[in-house]
Ligand binder design. Sequence first.
Ligand SMILES: *[C@@H]1O[C@H](CO)[C@@H](O)[C@H](O)[C@H]1NC(C)=O
Ligand SMILES: *[C@@H]1O[C@H](CO)[C@@H](O)[C@H](O)[C@H]1NC(C)=O
Ligand SMILES: *[C@@H]1O[C@H](CO)[C@@H](O)[C@H](O)[C@H]1NC(C)=O
Length: 96
Amino acid sequence: MNLLSLTTFLISLLHVLLPSTTAAPYNATDIIVLNCGASSTTTSLDGRKWEADLLFKYSPFNDKNASFPSNASSEHPSVPMVPYFSGRIIFKELIN
Ligand SMILES: *[C@@H]1O[C@H](CO)[C@@H](O)[C@H](O)[C@H]1NC(C)=O
Ligand SMILES: *[C@@H]1O[C@H](CO)[C@@H](O)[C@H](O)[C@H]1NC(C)=O
Ligand SMILES: *[C@@H]1O[C@H](CO)[C@@H](O)[C@H](O)[C@H]1NC(C)=O
């Protein structure tokens, strides 16, 4: 195999190995952003709406004793309140 045919072969191989388009392989029908520990829907600085995890329709929190919400005791000014101010502490298996 001379250099030219080797180069042609490698370029053809690249066409096979690399995807020909950059189209998304899957388009999500639901885009869900959950704010753990929040008690109501909130909006972050970038405009995204964050649903409170307890109010979320697919939430597995059937047993309220399995977890509890908690807020940060302090917040650094460079950290956005939504979604970093609240969290959920889970200490027991959640059953759906
Ligand atoms: C996802 O949506 C984009 C833009 O509408 C489209 O070009 C692409 O083909 C879609 N991909 C699938 C897997 O449906
Ligand atoms: C949650 O905890 C309370 C107080 O300990 C208890 O009375 C109740 O039965 C518990 N609920 C469940 C679903 O385990
Ligand atoms: C966290 O803070 C929010 C906003 O101040 C408040 O509504 C919520 O009750 C607090 N949650 C807890 C667990 O303290």
